[in-house]
Design a protein around this ligand. Structure first.
Ligand SMILES: [Zn+2]
Length: 111
């Protein structure tokens, strides 16, 4: 396990912004960003379950689909997925099936 650094916090904050966009659009508040090994943002998205009428429209699942189509297996393994919450079972499986690398997610204390 690797500790998070300032670069990770930057992308995690972007995930929270995307989660807010999802919430304001009427969806569940989740946002995710895919970053290459070189630090380039490749794909970002937020939950669209309600607005698209499809329960699989999680941003982590969209990232897995995008990565499978647009990246080599070597690049997928080196990429990092940042997300506003821990992957659900569906997205965890998709992440593993397409061979993506590290996952960094936000965890908020319950109040
Ligand atoms: Zn999911």
């Amino acid at each position: 396990m690797k500790n998070i650094d300032d670069k990770d916090l930057h992308y995690l904050r972007r995930c929270v912004e995307l989660a807010k966009e999802a919430l304001y659009a009427g969806n569940q508040p989740f946002g995710s960003v895919l970053v290459s090994a070189e630090g380039k943002v490749l794909f970002e998205g937020h939950n669209e379950e309600v607005t698209k009428g499809d329960q699989t429209r999680h941003p982590e699942f969209e990232i897995a689909r995008w990565a499978a189509t647009h990246m080599t297996s070597e690049d997928r393994a080196k990429a990092v997925v940042y997300t506003s919450g821990e992957h659900c079972a569906m997205c965890s499986a998709a992440h593993g099936w397409v061979g993506l690398g590290r996952i960094v997610y936000v965890s908020l204390p319950s109040s």
